[in-house]
Structures are given as structure tokens and as C-alpha cells.
Ligand binder design. Structure first.
Ligand SMILES: [Zn+2]
Length: 355
């Protein structure tokens, strides 16, 4: 029976140092248990401080500029587009303080923006739990409307680009949700892998991955409700953390408690990222909205280079041209550092009442 393989391959580079000694530098190549892609951990750079990450960066220059922001009230009601009538008779979806409307510059057939609230700039780790839960539920509600209107728009994703360094066009915090007939590369590739794994084992791949990581413990961080969190074994970004919701394969089905639990894990991760003085990050959750899907829900979070002057981008020729992520931190160290942020009571059951 095939099983997931968690492989590492140590590699050594020999060189003569500037002082004349022959030295050896260690690199660890890891093979991703799901995709088979390789990544590299350049151990000689562990502990090096990235430029611009000695202290938490100052707010962006337009952090107070609410008048020019199309996502701030009152102009959000007149400057943003409206959903077609088939998706929402009122043109926008609201849940709590979250407002959802179409992306004016769409990337696919159904491409929407979900605002958290009317706060123009929120530093990483400073958002409220209800703001994330409401915004995620708004995305879920939009997806339900889309799939009722167009059952072929099965390739769904919720993403976040926090700050321009992570690809965000506007600093006003928001999530994007996309649904399309055609899969993106990751959706197609992951779906193929997870289907093949299920046909061979009658088991779901992410549940097995989670079982392995829970038993191994080295990268396991903790849980928030039904979501379980761990550092990625073969990271494709800096400080990459995964949250898995086992046995759930649709973004349309989780209830308010599950979204609140996801929000708690996202905020715990943000608190960890803040502790290492990073201000930008990406988040992504993919799904295949068919009853036969074996792709369980997984939130992936990764730090991006700081949004600050003259900071080195985290994607060099190695990532862009060779296709291997080269990161500097062992996932086991990421998990050890992140665990401290799972002991607090971010997931305060009392706050459930506000969702
Ligand atoms: Zn704004």
C-alpha cells in the first residue's frame, strides 16, 4: 500500500573561506510528501537576520489616507462594483461588518473581494477574531450563491495578500475569493494527486498527512477547534504553516464555529509572524466543489519579505528559475517558535456569540 513519504537529503558544499580554511556548509533538500516537489533549507543562513526584519516595520505612508481608499466608507458604497442580480439582488453581500463585492479587475469568471471591516490599515496580528470569521463566512456565502447560479464553477479559492510586498494592491485588508470552470495549476495538480492516492488507498491524503504529523510531533503546533496546525514539512515559503480541517472537502459546508476556529489559527500564526518582525504574508485555501472531491480543506500561510524600503525579495533566481524554494529555517524550529502562540486563549469561546 502506498504511503506518504517524508524524505530529507542532506547535501554538503565544500569551499575555502575568506580566511583560507576549507569549510563545509550544510544544505537540506526536502521532498514534499504530497507534490513530490523539492525545496532547500540553506542551514548556513539559519539565524541570519534578514535586512528590514530587526524591528517591526513602521506603518506604510498611506496608512492614514482613508479619503483616497475605495474600500473605506462612505466611498466603498459608490466606488466599488456590484454583483450581478443572479448572485445578489442587492449587489453586495454583508456579514457582520464584512462587505463583499466583485473584483473590479477579475482574474477569473467569479472573482470577488471580501472586506473585513471599515478599518483602513491593520498591522499583522492586530485584527479581531470576529472580523476574520465574518469575512470568511461572507466568502462562503458568496461561493454558495455562485455554485447555485453556475454549478460548473467548481475550482474555488480564498486568498489574502497582506501588504504590497505580498501582492496586495490596496493596503485596506481584504480576502479574495475566486471560482472558475478551469482549475489553476495547484488545484489541478493537487486534485490529481489526491484522487490517485484515494483510489490506491481508499484514504484521504491530507488526513494521512495530518496523522503522520500528529504522531511525529516535531512540526505539529496545536489545534483551534477542529483545525489542526503544523509547520510544512517541505516549505515553499518562509515560515510556512498549514491548518488542516480533516474530512471536510468543501468551502460551502463549514459552520460558523469552524470559521471562527480557522480565524483563531490564522491570528495565532499572524502573532507568530509579528514576533519575527514580519509585516506581510499570504494565505490560501483551495477547494474542488464536487461531491467526489478528496481534497480536504487546508489553509496555507507564509511570510513574505517585509514591506519596507530596499528589502530583499524572498523569491530569487533559485525560486523563479529553478523552481525550488530556498528557505533558511528548519520547519521543526518554525513549529517550536510558533507553539508559544497556541497556548494563549485566542479562541475564546465567549467570542463565538458575536459571530
Ligand atoms: Zn481603506
Amino acid at each position: 500500500m502506498p504511503s506518504l513519504s517524508f524524505k530529507t537529503e542532506p547535501v554538503t558544499a565544500r569551499l575555502i573561506s575568506p580566511s583560507g580554511e576549507t569549510v563545509e556548509k550544510d544544505i537540506e533538500i526536502r521532498i514534499h510528501p504530497i507534490t513530490g516537489r523539492t525545496c532547500r533549507i540553506a542551514l548556513s543562513r539559519t539565524g541570519q537576520n534578514e535586512p528590514g526584519a530587526d524591528t517591526f516595520p513602521e506603518p506604510p505612508p498611506d496608512a492614514e489616507n482613508t479619503a483616497q481608499c475605495p474600500f473605506c466608507a462612505p466611498q466603498v458604497h459608490t466606488m466599488t462594483p456590484r454583483l450581478i442580480h443572479e448572485l445578489s439582488p442587492s449587489g453586495r453581500l454583508t456579514h457582520g461588518e464584512s462587505i463583499l463585492f466583485p473584483n473590479l479587475f477579475p482574474y477569473g469568471m467569479y472573482s470577488a473581494v471580501s472586506l473585513f471591516d471599515n478599518t483602513h490599515f491593520v498591522e499583522l496580528g492586530k485584527a479581531s477574531l470576529p472580523s476574520y470569521a465574518h469575512c470568511l463566512i461572507n466568502c462562503r456565502n458568496y461561493l454558495r450563491q455562485v455554485l447555485t447560479h453556475d454549478p460548473k464553477a467548481i475550482h474555488a479559492a480564498i486568498t489574502q495578500n497582506h501588504l504590497p510586498s505580498a501582492g496586495g494592491s490596496l493596503i485596506h485588508p481584504h480576502l479574495q475569493i475566486n471560482a472558475d470552470h478551469r482549475p489553476a495549476n495547484h488545484q489541478r495538480f493537487l486534485n490529481e494527486k489526491m484522487d490517485a492516492y484515494f483510489s490506491q488507498t481508499r484514504r484521504r491524503m491530507l488526513s494521512d498527512y495530518l496523522d503522520h504529523e500528529r504522531n511525529d510531533g516535531a512540526r505539529y503546533i496545536g489545534r483551534t477547534g477542529e483545525w489542526e496546525w503544523m509547520a510544512a514539512f517541505a516549505p515553499e515559503g518562509f515560515y510556512e504553516i498549514w491548518g488542516i480541517l480533516p474530512n471536510v472537502t468543501s468551502l460551502r459546508t463549514p459552520d460558523a464555529d469552524a470559521w471562527q476556529s480557522l480565524a483563531a489559527g490564522i491570528l495565532n500564526t499572524q502573532h507568530f509572524y509579528r514576533s519575527v518582525c514580519r509585516n506581510g504574508y499570504n494565505l490560501g485555501i483551495l477547494s474542488l466543489e464536487t461531491p467526489s472531491s478528496h481534497m480536504e480543506l487546508r489553509a496555507v500561510m507564509t511570510v513574505r519579505s517585509n514591506y519596507a524600503a530596499w528589502v530583499r525579495n524572498d523569491h530569487s533566481g533559485f525560486e523563479v528559475m529553478l523552481g525550488d524554494m530556498a528557505t533558511f529555517t528548519l520547519p521543526e524550529d518554525t513549529a517550536r517558535q510558533a507553539r508559544a502562540f497556541w497556548t494563549s486563549n485566542t479562541l475564546n469561546l465567549l467570542s463565538f456569540q458575536s459571530v
